[in-house]
Ligand binder design. Structure first.
Ligand SMILES: [Zn+2]
Length: 98
């Protein structure tokens, strides 16, 4: 069973992936992620796909907002990482309620 069949490719937001490479990933995962940015998922070997899935996709890309449980689209991921797991809408609400 290939995980890519269920994977939403729009989660591969270039800006979000570059952010991970810069601030969060170890050398191996960062190198693989750079390759995904440049050449796409189909350019990865099986072992690379496994590392990408476990260290990048599962760890960083598949996110639900902690408050409203909405799936987070690729271009909003950086906001969620920086807002401690909340989408920008909820982070805004929380800031106002305080
Ligand atoms: Zn939310």
């Amino acid at each position: 069973m290939d995980w890519r069949e269920d994977f939403v490719e729009s989660l591969l937001d270039k800006e979000a992936l570059e952010f991970l490479v810069k601030y969060h990933l170890g050398d191996a995962a960062a190198g693989i992620t750079r390759q995904v940015i440049g050449k796409g998922l189909s350019s990865l070997s099986e072992p690379q796909l496994y590392v990408f899935k476990t260290e990048v996709v599962d760890e960083w890309l598949i996110r639900k907002c902690k408050r409203c449980q909405a799936d987070v689209p690729g271009h909003d991921l950086i906001g969620v990482w920086e807002n401690d797991g909340f989408c920008s809408y909820c982070a805004d609400k929380i800031a106002k309620d305080d």
